[in-house]
Design a binder for this molecule. Structure first.
Ligand code: MRU
Length: 353
């Protein structure tokens, strides 16, 4: 097992009744934490991408509700529950595509509904939110174990966006699988796409993998076809923001075209995501794809790189259909096609959903 030469990146921490989050807008140049003392601070951090990545924003939403209970002056359980509901609506509105915020909020509201006094609600919410934080790390490690066998010694693995420590409490989903494979003694190389327009690949994945001493190469998004056509990549692994019962995967914009390219070149395309990312109830028409500011594609550091006033189309996520996906790694095992069958079976078996 290769030891890491630096400390693990802990993206979300609970310290002295506050949430500390690595400020990802400052990476790769500065590794600093932002302290959030109430749920408004957390909503702002999620909206402005200080913290991003589906599992990380889910955990932050749970901790935001814990802060609501800590800061609340409510004298009655009804008062506290309505504060929690109001804060939940605010948190869900921050980023609509990833299912993890609604999942986390639902879990906290469910547990709070069991409390019969203000004191009991506060205790239950605290236990649940802190368990969710710890569970995220355990889940990622289990997912890593479940996916490690997919990676062979000497593989070159492409990833898109950031599905690593920085997208979770720590360890990561897709990058967790690579960490586990390396812990199993396999040598591997990683190709990270830059992931325009917000550059999660170059700013975050490249940073995190170099921080942990991986052999990583950065490519422009437009080089994916070249790299695949020249047999420079053995497999692709990405994370997910939401996975439907049908196996349709919502993930960072650009994932779909990488999946098509991988399919064309017969390169296995894997997705790694926890059970909390599955949404068995919705269909494609129910899900809003976040439409982000034109500034992300018309400006770099406030300098125009496109004509002022140009109309833009800037979706944050796309949908990869199940026929392009080789397998989905979860903490309870690998799901294989046909996904409409394997997803139903495994989720029904999992107690956590
Ligand atoms: O807009 P972002 O940076 O929040 O998008 C993140 C992604 O698309 C990740 O790939 C996804 O959340 C999986 S994270 C384990």
């Amino acid at each position: 097992m290769k030891s890491l030469h630096r400390k693990e990146l802990l993206t979300v921490k609970w310290r002295r009744n506050a949430v500390q989050i690595i400020d990802q807008t400052k990476l790769p140049n500065r590794l600093v934490y932002l302290t959030c003392k109430d749920h408004h601070d957390i909503a702002k951090a999620i909206r402005s991408l200080v913290v991003r990545g589906a599992p990380a924003i889910g955990i932050c939403a749970a901790l935001a509700l814990l802060l609501v209970t800590i800061n609340s002056k409510a004298k009655t359980e009804k008062g506290l529950k309505s504060e929690l509901e109001r804060a939940s609506r605010l948190l869900i509105s921050t980023r609509p595509t990833a299912v993890n915020i609604s999942w986390a909020v639902k879990r906290i509201l469910q547990i709070s509904s069991k409390g019969e006094s203000v004191k009991e609600i506060k205790r239950l919410v605290k236990e649940e939110a802190l368990t969710m934080l710890d569970d995220d790390i355990l889940t990622n490690r289990k997912m890593g174990r479940a996916g490690s066998d997919l990676i062979y010694d000497g593989d070159v693995v492409m990833t898109h966006c950031n599905a690593g420590s920085l997208a979770t409490a720590t360890y990561g989903t897709a990058l967790g699988v690579l960490r586990a494979a390396r812990e199993d003694g396999k040598n591997l190389k990683v190709i990270a796409t830059e992931t325009r327009p917000v550059m999660q690949g170059s700013r975050l994945t490249a940073f995190e993998l170099m921080h942990d001493d991986f052999d990583v190469r950065l490519i422009s998004d437009t080089s994916v076809g070249y790299v695949m056509a020249n047999r420079m990549v053995d497999k692709v692994i990405v994370g997910a923001d939401r996975i439907l019962r049908t196996g349709h995967v919502y993930n960072k914009i650009g994932t779909y075209q990488i999946a098509i390219m991988a399919y064309t070149h017969k390169i296995p395309f894997y997705v790694a995501a926890p059970i909390s990312t599955f949404d068995l109830k919705s269909s494609i028409s129910d899900i809003k794809i976040e439409d982000r500011s034109p500034d992300e594609i018309t400006k770099i550091k406030n300098i125009f790189i496109a004509p002022k006033g140009i109309h833009t189309i800037n979706p944050a996520f796309d949908i990869t259909p199940p026929n392009l996906i080789t397998g989905i790694v979860t903490e309870v095992g690998l799901l294989e096609p046909p996904f409409h069958r394997s997803i139903g079976t495994i989720i029904n078996r999992s107690k956590r959903y």
